[in-house]
Design a protein around this ligand. Structure first.
Ligand SMILES: *Cc1c(COP(=O)(O)O)cnc(C)c1O
Length: 369
């Protein structure tokens, strides 16, 4: 069986270094808010090209706390509208509703799956305050265009970079386009911890310090609380794991691109629609997502050939029980995407032989199967 993702193999590559780093933290006697975290924050900010990075507990908190910080700073108030692609992972939308802001769902570009400048312009109202740009599947959204629109309408831009560590346009990386960006280091992400972790990157010093305070009970100074904050911290062990893995992310991105290019060149099947990329550097291939009309048929066919696949994502937010308030809305492009997409295995541990099997099985799928 070709597994979709084998985390054991992925981390085994670095196991000596990871164990050393873990032992270093255990022996230090300091487990929260120490040197590992501050070093990781510095190193990850450098990687993204931003001035600041604040570690938090997970990717959802990174987004939620950034929006919350803008509320505390007087830049947003309850009911303000946040434009977000309708086909994103639910976390992007949860971060908006958790803050009692209003998610305004817009259709993505059906070719890139990312929010398009056109659909944003049409959705802007006097209450629009934020564009939440999600770099879905690892491909940076059209940030030059989005930033122009944001500037024209005086909007804040928040990037959801949970799937796009290291993707760039003109040398400017994911996390360094918006006013702030939320990252996830969930184990299966391209930069994955060995547990939960997340971070906010920004060039805004005030925002960085409010986010940090909010994740620390709303406190800048011990036992003095400025906000009704939460507990959302990136612990020393996870920071140490991430410092090891950050050293290898660019190599891993190269491996992913090689494999993605192989799929793009070798898969030739008229009933399978392959991903489109405009710039190689823009995509880090967190997921390799194909589309086909008979998605469930393709899934079964690949399963029968020993290939595990996943669907990202089976149900859009406006069709979820959690968002009954959005149920009256209709997003045909998004709904079609959710019916047709299938993610095939692409990881740093996918072997050449496995890739050949995947390509062959995609090529011999017949739409009527
Ligand atoms: C994974 C993910 C998140 C949430 O990250 P967690 O660390 O799991 O909270 C948010 N947005 C997107 C697009 C994601 O893929």
């Amino acid at each position: 069986m070709i597994n979709f993702l084998d985390l054991k193999k992925i981390n085994r590559r670095y196991s000596l270094e990871l164990k050393e780093a873990c032992a270093r933290v255990i022996d230090s006697g300091w487990y929260i808010g120490g040197q590992e975290l501050s070093n990781f924050e510095q190193e990850f900010a450098n990687y993204c090209g931003t001035k600041f990075c604040v570690g938090v507990a997970n990717g959802l908190d990174a987004l939620t706390l950034t929006l919350r910080a803008w509320k505390e700073m007087g830049k947003l108030s309850e009911g303000d509208e946040v434009i977000v692609p309708a086909n994103t992972y639910i976390a992007s939308i949860l971060a908006i509703s958790e803050n009692r802001l209003t998610p305004v769902l817009v259709e993505p570009d059906p070719e890139t799956y990312n929010i398009s400048a056109d659909s944003i312009e049409k959705a802007i109202t006097p209450r629009t305050k934020v564009i939440l740009a999600v770099h879905l599947y690892g491909q940076l959204a059209d940030m030059p265009a989005l930033c122009r629109i944001a500037q024209k309408h005086n909007l804040l831009v928040l990037e959801d970079s949970a799937q796009s560590h290291g993707a760039s346009i003109d040398g400017r990386k994911s996390g360094n386009w918006g006013h702030a960006s939320g990252f996830s280091f969930y184990p299966g992400k391209n930069l994955g911890a060995l547990g939960d972790a997340g971070a906010v990157t920004t060039n805004d010093e005030d925002l960085a310090s409010v986010v940090r305070a909010l994740g620390n009970y709303g406190s800048y100074k011990k036992y003095e609380n400025q906000y009704k904050g939460v507990n959302s911290r990136l612990d020393e062990i996870q920071a140490a794991m991430l410092r090891v893995k950050l050293n290898y992310i660019d190599n891993e991105i190269n491996e992913r691109r090689k494999l993605a290019n192989l799929y793009l060149q070798e898969v030739k099947n008229n009933s399978i629609y392959l991903p489109r990329v405009s710039l190689e550097e823009q995509h880090v291939w967190h997921l390799f997502v194909v589309q086909t009309k008979n998605r469930d048929g393709l899934k079964e066919h690949l399963q029968a050939n020993g290939i595990q696949t996943l669907i990202h994502y089976p149900i859009p937010a406006h069709r979820q029980n959690a968002y009954k308030d959005l149920a009256a809305q209709s997003y045909p492009i998004t709904e079609a995407i959710h019916e047709r997409v299938l993610s095939v295995p692409l990881s740093i541990e996918t072997t050449e032989e496995e890739a050949e099997t995947i390509i062959k099985s995609l090529n011999n799928f017949q739409a009527a199967d």
